[in-house]
Ligand binder design. Structure first.
Ligand code: ZN
Ligand code: ZN
Length: 421
């Protein structure tokens, strides 16, 4: 373990400002690719700190570059977007924001995935790096990515990221987790699942609610598809493999006495390996097509509208980083090796894959320990019942010490990969 980096000596002075920045970002969440205010806060702070700043990378992304002589290049990434979720935390800085989705619906917006913690922590790290350029050698590329929830990393890469910014030797990122503050963890190899999103249009034949025999009812068909899909994981996936099939959206009909023509389902599929992913995708498609056929409906439309690959941590780089980060968490056993990949997904891994360099991604707990009377660190991947997880309207990271923990972890990891002065 290396001793604590001298960069952190300035942290105590920065914390009050960082905590109020966190609360400000939390109160002003923005949907994916709409992070205009967040991006301008980020760009303004980076410029003031002395970074070379490029805005509008991949639409709303911001990239900062800072050099201190010859040495390794390290990419640090934070994601900026929030979610269409209504905040129900009751916090004094809770979001009351609403925004419009691409299809024109007004929705509540909340930082329900902790990306406001990530942005604040990375701005803490960039401040410390800029204040103590004498303490490190190399180049830092700070990436404030838009739209993690809908593929912002590929948008930045397609916007010429590789040609426009220094080529990194390693990519580092972190994510909040609904586990007690004071715990963090990672794992070598696959750390997060693949994710595939399907839009399915079931094509029945509408008519009067009193004459069902003249129709093909898409409501009954949709119900049958949803229930049958529940058997894909339980009956077609081996116990040793991980997969999830969720129907998160189901829309059909307008009125009780009208049988509608169609039903639309949005289905999300997670898997921890390519073989199980292919198997589940094929099973979902089979269920949708054959349930339609059984109902006498027309051939359904199936559109694959979003896909995230597995997030893979480079084994050697992750072991090295984990060893260093263990020293940041107070007490032994506080930086854990996760026993299995999480069912969530991420697009961070696409930077390392596209640039051909190792990636390291880790989680840190941000939830009130009082909510975990019998916390078992081996179950780090999912919170106990009743504890609000990510994407819940009650997800409430503790501002203190979550921001501080995030800055300590990111700064220590960055310092480790950069050269000594
Ligand atoms: Zn999320
Ligand atoms: Zn997230």
């Amino acid at each position: 373990m290396t001793p604590s980096t001298p960069l952190l000596s300035g942290l105590d002075d920065l914390l009050p400002d960082l905590v109020s920045l966190y609360k400000d970002l939390h109160a002003h969440p923005e949907l994916s690719f709409q992070e205009h205010r967040t991006a301008s806060v980020v760009a303004g702070r980076l410029r003031k700190q002395g970074w070379e700043v490029t805005e509008q990378v991949g639409r709303t992304g911001v990239v900062g570059v800072l050099r201190s002589g010859e040495g390794p290049t390290v990419l640090l990434r934070a994601d900026m977007d929030a979610l269409p979720v209504k905040e129900e935390t009751g916090l004094p800085y809770a979001s009351k924001a609403t925004a419009f989705t691409d299809d024109g619906r007004e929705v509540p917006v909340m930082h329900a995935c902790g990306h406001d913690v990530h942005v604040t922590a990375l701005l803490g790290t960039t401040a410390l790096l800029a204040a103590r350029r004498d303490a490190w050698r190399g180049t830092v590329v700070a990436v404030f990515q838009p739209a993690e929830e809908v593929g912002g990393a590929p948008a930045m890469l397609e916007d010429g990221f590789a040609e426009r910014f220094p080529h990194p030797d390693v990519c580092l990122a972190q994510h909040t987790a609904p586990v007690p503050v004071g715990y963090a963890g990672s794992r070598p190899g696959t750390i997060m699942s693949s994710s595939d999103s399907l839009r399915v249009l079931l094509k029945g034949r509408g008519g009067h609610g009193s004459v069902p025999e003249g129709t093909v009812d898409p409501v009954v068909l949709a119900a049958s598809v949803v229930l049958r899909l529940q058997t894909v994981v339980s009956r077609e996936v081996a116990a040793a493999d991980m997969a999830v099939v969720t129907v998160g959206s189901l829309h059909t009909g307008t009125k009780e006495n009208i049988i509608p023509d169609t039903a639309e389902l949005k289905i999300n599929i997670r898997a921890d390996g390519p073989a199980v992913r292919r198997r589940v995708m094929a099973a979902v498609e089979r269920v949708v097509r054959l349930e339609s056929a059984v109902s006498g409906a027309d051939e359904p439309e199936i559109e694959h509208f979003q896909s995230y690959p597995l997030t893979r941590n480079d084994p050697e780089a992750t072991a090295r980083t984990g060893e260093i980060l263990s020293g940041v968490m107070a007490g032994p056993g506080r930086f854990l090796t996760l026993p299995r990949p999480l069912s969530g997904s991420e697009d961070f891994g696409q930077f390392g894959e596209a640039l051909g360099v190792p990636s390291v991604f880790w989680f840190f707990g941000t939830t009130d320990p009082a909510l975990f009377p019998d916390f078992d660190p081996s179950g780090l991947s999912s919170p106990p019942t009743g504890v609000p997880g990510a994407h819940s309207g009650r997800f409430a990271p503790l501002a203190e010490p979550s921001v501080e923990t995030g800055v300590r972890l990111m700064t220590t990891a960055a310092a480790h990969w950069l050269g000594d002065a």
